[in-house]
Design a protein around this ligand. Sequence first.
Ligand SMILES: NC(=O)c1ccc[n+]([C@@H]2O[C@H](COP(=O)([O-])OP(=O)(O)OC[C@H]3O[C@@H](n4cnc5c(N)ncnc54)[C@H](OP(=O)(O)O)[C@@H]3O)[C@@H](O)[C@H]2O)c1
Length: 262
Amino acid sequence: MPRYALVTGASSGIGLALAEALARRGRSLLLVARQRDALESIACELTQRFGVEVLFRVCDLAEPLQVSGMLMELEQGERQFDLLVNNAGIGTSGPFIEQHWSDEQELIELNILAMARLCHALGALMAHQGGGQILNVASVAGFQPGPWMSNYYASKAYVLHFSEGLREELRPQGVKVSVLCPGPTRKSFFRRAHSQVDRLEGSKLMMSPEEVALITVRALEKNRAIIIPGWRNRLAARLPRFAPRWLVRRVVGRINRAFAKS
Ligand SMILES: NC(=O)c1ccc[n+]([C@@H]2O[C@H](COP(=O)([O-])OP(=O)(O)OC[C@H]3O[C@@H](n4cnc5c(N)ncnc54)[C@H](OP(=O)(O)O)[C@@H]3O)[C@@H](O)[C@H]2O)c1
């Protein structure tokens, strides 16, 4: 019986590129997202191209009841999972108090609660079966506060710190935990966040999801703790440490304000 990698947010962007990179390496997959048609055709394509088993499960991870249902199925099923990729995430952009609360709540449910819950359930299963690997997707945004995207930046700081903590906790049980911190990466994310960062399209700052995925799977094989693709992003993640926090807040706020759609 093969062991599976569960990849959330696998219907587009970085999640899709990661699923493809894993299938190319012969991994059996369980893809999770909301769009059934997209998941079905991706599963079919990956199976045909790489000859691996690719299953999919439709689930709105921002709905705690749906997450409970999926986890119950996984816990009662016979399949074993030795890789969890918590990639699904959304962003909001603009003045926090002017956003719809439902959007901000959805962000917290998805980026923080669903991610932590999947780590809790599958981390326990992996520890019980004697090992496994977890990859959580944060962002370079997680290294600093981000006015005008305050909730998003804070959610990614949570993912970053939580993953580093969990890495130490689960090390004795053979479960390796890594966190991916991409910078601007091409795809639909920015349109959903109502941000105009997609204006960076074509600039050297923007990486492709495929580049990010390739760097990530190689880093996972080396069990890297924090994966920051590209030297520009590594610099962006380190710079805030050398500047006073008031200055970091101002600079990041200015950038985010310029990119926020009115
Ligand atoms: N793109 C960037 O520049 C960038 C930079 C740093 C970090 N990141 C992080 O990278 C991750 C992926 O971003 P991306 O740019 O690849 O985004 P994307 O292209 O918008 O893809 C997001 C994925 O998450 C899924 N998703 C969204 N809401 C969901 C929900 N409620 N339940 C289940 N699945 C849901 C989407 O599928 P469905 O619509 O089918 O549900 C889609 O597969 C995110 O965590 C993001 O914060 C992105």
